[in-house]
Design a binder for this molecule. Structure first.
Ligand SMILES: Nc1ncnc2c1ncn2[C@@H]1O[C@H](COP(=O)(O)OP(=O)(O)OP(=O)(O)O)[C@@H](O)[C@H]1O
Ligand SMILES: CC(C)(CO)[C@@H](O)C(=O)NCCC(=O)O
Ligand SMILES: [K+]
Length: 261
């Protein structure tokens, strides 16, 4: 079975793919100090808890934090006796290579979202991902990542407000009853909620105008459903898009190597 790992700057998600469906999905905070042994204790305990046998023999990793890749490679080698595919490394092929500035670095999560979204929807897409950053990935007609937008993430913005202003507390993101808040928390929640609804709407409108063609907008990341309550922002929301993209890239590499033989 295939272990798909999506390491973001905040959270790391492990999902086990049996070739047809995800058997289980586990989430932990991203910490670059965590060792292979620590990953395995956490993983095997929860797999047992969920009653899923550990039969991992393949692994694919997308990591926006380069330092964690070393320990994940050790995990693959020591516990699953395999060599992982690492998105963004030269030996991990992409179905459609990105078309960006020469030597530009594209976040592996954005390449994975592109592959996953193109597989499901075909081309001319915008993928909006609400993670540590709020990213917009523009996918061309032929399925290549051709650029996008990086805005500060929702939780990051809230944290920044709280850290910078002595009188502003930590608040959760939620859709406020009204736009005009009548207390500090309600005012902050309105600023974040309606601010991000406007940000997403405004950026998508401008991307569509710049591309001068119809495009499908796909929302992903934990907060996509919440923000779609504020306006029609997405044609579709797919929470498993990154994990799906990992299975697509894995399959592409496997088929390519089989054809080479
Ligand atoms: N109402 C909410 N308020 C605050 N956070 C929320 C709310 N609903 C979901 N979340 C959080 O959204 C996050 C969704 O995870 P997602 O994988 O999309 O991004 P992330 O883990 O924050 O970022 P990254 O992938 O960059 O590490 C989770 O951490 C979840 O706790
Ligand atoms: C923007 C983030 C942090 C979003 O996870 C990640 O994709 C990243 O580190 N990207 C590198 C820069 C880029 O994608 O252009
Ligand atoms: K993510």
């Amino acid at each position: 079975m295939l272990l798909c790992i999506d390491t973001g700057n905040t959270n790391t998600v492990f999902s086990v793919w049996d070739g047809t469906k995800f058997l289980t999905t586990l989430r932990t905070a991203t910490e670059h100090q965590r060792t292979a042994d620590q990953y395995f204790v956490w993983f095997s305990t929860l797999m047992q808890h969920h009653g899923v046998p550990i039969e991992i023999d393949e692994m694919i990793i997308s990591s926006t934090v380069p330092r964690v890749v070393f320990n994940l490679r050790v995990l693959a080698d020591r516990y699953f006796n395999c060599r992982p595919l690492v998105v963004g490394k030269p030996d991990c092929l992409l179905p459609n290579p990105p078309r960006v500035d020469r030597s530009a670095q594209v976040g592996p999560d954005r390449l994975v979202n592109t592959a996953g979204a193109f597989d499901r929807h075909g081309g001319d897409l915008v993928v909006v991902d609400f993670g540590t950053a709020t990213t917009f990935d523009v996918v061309s007609q032929d399925g290549a990542y051709i650029g996008g937008v990086i805005a500060p993430g929702v939780n990051l913005s809230l944290e920044a407000l709280h850290l910078a202003a002595a009188a502003l507390p930590h608040v959760d993101v939620t859709k406020p009853q009204q736009v005009i808040g009548t207390n500090t928390v309600a005012c902050m929640q309105s600023g974040i909620f309606w601010g991000y609804v406007g940000l997403v709407r405004g950026i998508c409108d401008r991307i569509l105008a710049e591309r001068e063609r119809p495009m499908k907008v796909i929302g992903t990341g934990g907060l996509a459903p919440l923000f779609s309550q504020g306006d029609v922002l997405f044609d579709v929301i797919e929470e498993d898009l990154t994990m799906h993209g990992l299975t697509v890239i894995h399959r592409y590499n496997k088929e390519y190597k089989e054809n080479e033989r």
